[in-house]
Write a protein that binds this ligand. Structure first.
Ligand SMILES: Cc1cc2nc3c(=O)[nH]c(=O)nc-3n(C[C@H](O)[C@H](O)[C@H](O)COP(=O)(O)OP(=O)(O)OC[C@H]3O[C@@H](n4cnc5c(N)ncnc54)[C@H](O)[C@@H]3O)c2cc1C
Length: 442
């Protein structure tokens, strides 16, 4: 039997048989067995809803009047895993999405603003060679299973396909592309400055009681500074801008960074050219099964930092790199053999002052010529739009208690620090929705 999701008056989804008048379609499967990951387009295109002009919710009812902010209970910034999970939990707690029929008269409302061109969060921007098999476990969103049909499918296609179905099935009315420029506190309201979907030069201001910030990290690639960087005449690019190994096949590539991206791109590049791998610490290989308690311990360590208001650390930097068969083969082939960071870049490559070096590192010559330096040096939380709120403390990070900003619990950060994984983002979405429900219920 084919089922689709329908929503009751409280905004809660329930599966009903096709023909029951529902408006959100999912594949021909019961709600707990919904597939994703095939090549077809989503069964119904997600609707890009235009922001409802600069009027308050009340004014948009019978008494439209002068321009002003649109009043809403919660603004969610970002529609990746963290934003969608939050929106889902708001939805199932009785909040109505802006754009849904009758939202102007709803008791409690939320809006999701996302500046990406299409559903998928950062996944739509990942390089094409990153397959679902390469991804380290993409957890499903709450309420809809994610079935990986073909592990060889690019993650940049499979995950956005699933997210599109999800937004549609749960009627989340994500508004995109809409960039939030800044959030400030005016007279006790959170004022969120964005723009119209269809007329990007027309500003739209939202006035909210609560904010879920789920803006991820993809727009903040981190470039460390090393001597000689400006002198290097070759190509320099970040993981953020990498597409295919063929684009870098014209010469030797120096890959910088000790995380998963560096390892995966080294293996891809080894098919077409030669490489040198440099890291700050010898690679931390983990030759044991990834048990849940290992994950929990890693999350706890990252959480300790955010509680103390320190900048968050990536979870992989705590867990180490899993020794998969592919990585093991790369080590045996000599591709995954790291050298310490070079002392400087030169016009044509890199130089090391000290060779040979201590245990744990691969040996190599005192200088290497290269056509490309590929910086796989990670990302930072994309929080520039929150700067007017002055949330950062002296530790360089934001003091957090779970998903709540301690200095201002109206602001929930999800996909930040310990929740910067697909599974963590899911949980954080639920916690943030609960916290805001408690705060925004009169
Ligand atoms: C290369 C790479 C591979 C990864 N692989 C895995 C993996 O296999 N498994 C795993 O669990 N995790 C993985 N991660 C971590 C992953 O990023 C998170 O798990 C998760 O996908 C992040 O979700 P998110 O919702 O926090 O952010 P995102 O998916 O980045 O979504 C944030 C959204 O917010 C939007 N946005 C940003 N700023 C604004 C603004 N000012 N206004 C409006 N919208 C805005 C963005 O356009 C984007 O759509 C990987 C990360 C990287 C970099």
């Amino acid at each position: 039997m084919e089922l689709v999701l329908e929503f009751d008056d409280a905004g809660s989804p329930r599966p009903v048989p096709v023909g029951g008048g529902a408006h959100a379609h999912v594949d021909a499967a019961p709600v707990d067995d919904l597939g994703a990951g095939d090549d077809e387009a989503p069964s119904a295109e997600p609707v890009a809803v235009e922001a409802p002009s600069r009027r308050s919710r009340r004014e948009r009812g019978a008494h439209r009047s002068a321009d002003g902010p649109v009043e809403v209970d919660v603004v969610v910034i970002g529609a990746g895993q963290a934003g969608l999970s939050s929106a889902h939990h708001l939805r199932t707690s009785g909040y109505t999405a802006v754009g849904e029929r009758g939202w102007e008269r709803a008791e409690r409302t939320f809006v999701v603003l996302d500046d990406s061109p299409a559903p998928g969060g950062a996944w739509q921007h990942r390089w094409p060679g990153l397959t679902m098999a390469d991804a380290h476990g993409v957890h499903e969103l709450p309420g809809m299973p994610f079935r990986v049909v073909d592990p060889a499918e690019p993650a940049a296609r499979a995950v956005p396909h699933y997210f599109a179905q999800y937004e549609d099935a749960f009627d989340l009315h994500v508004q995109r592309p809409v960039k939030v420029a800044r959030v400030s506190d005016v007279d006790g309201w959170l004022v969120v400055e964005s723009h119209s979907v269809e007329r990007p030069d027309e500003g739209v201001v939202w006035r909210a009681r609560g904010l879920v910030n789920a803006s991820g990290t993809w727009s903040k690639p981190f470039w460390p500074v090393y001597p000689g960087q400006a002198a290097f005449r070759g190509r320099q690019l970040h993981t953020h801008d990498y597409r295919t190994p063929q684009e870098l096949a014209d010469g030797h590539v120096i890959v910088v960074g000790g995380g998963t991206s560096a390892v995966q791109l080294l293996l891809a590049l080894a098919e077409v050219t030669t490489t040198t791998w440099v890291t700050r610490r010898p690679p931390q290989w983990r030759d044991e099964e990834f048990r849940p308690e290992v994950g929990r311990a890693a999350v706890a360590l990252v959480e300790e930092r955010t509680r103390a208001g320190l900048p968050p650390q990536s979870i992989v930097s705590v867990t180490g790199l899993p020794l998969t068969p592919a990585y093991r083969a790369g080590i045996e082939a000599g591709v995954l053999a790291a050298r310490p960071m070079f002392s400087r870049l030169t016009a044509t490559g890199a130089e090391w002052d000290e060779v040979p070096v201590a245990n744990g590192w691969a040996e190599g010559p005192a200088s290497v010529e290269a056509a490309t330096v590929l910086w796989c040096t990670g990302f930072r939380a994309a929080l520039d739009h929150l700067a007017p709120l002055r949330l950062r403390g002296t530790g360089g990070g934001i003091v957090m208690d779970g998903t709540s900003v301690v200095a201002d619990p109206r602001i929930q950060l999800v996909g930040y620090g310990p929740s910067a994984s697909t599974i963590g983002a899911n949980r954080a979405g639920r916690e943030a929705a609960r916290n805001l429900q408690a705060l925004t219920t009169p």
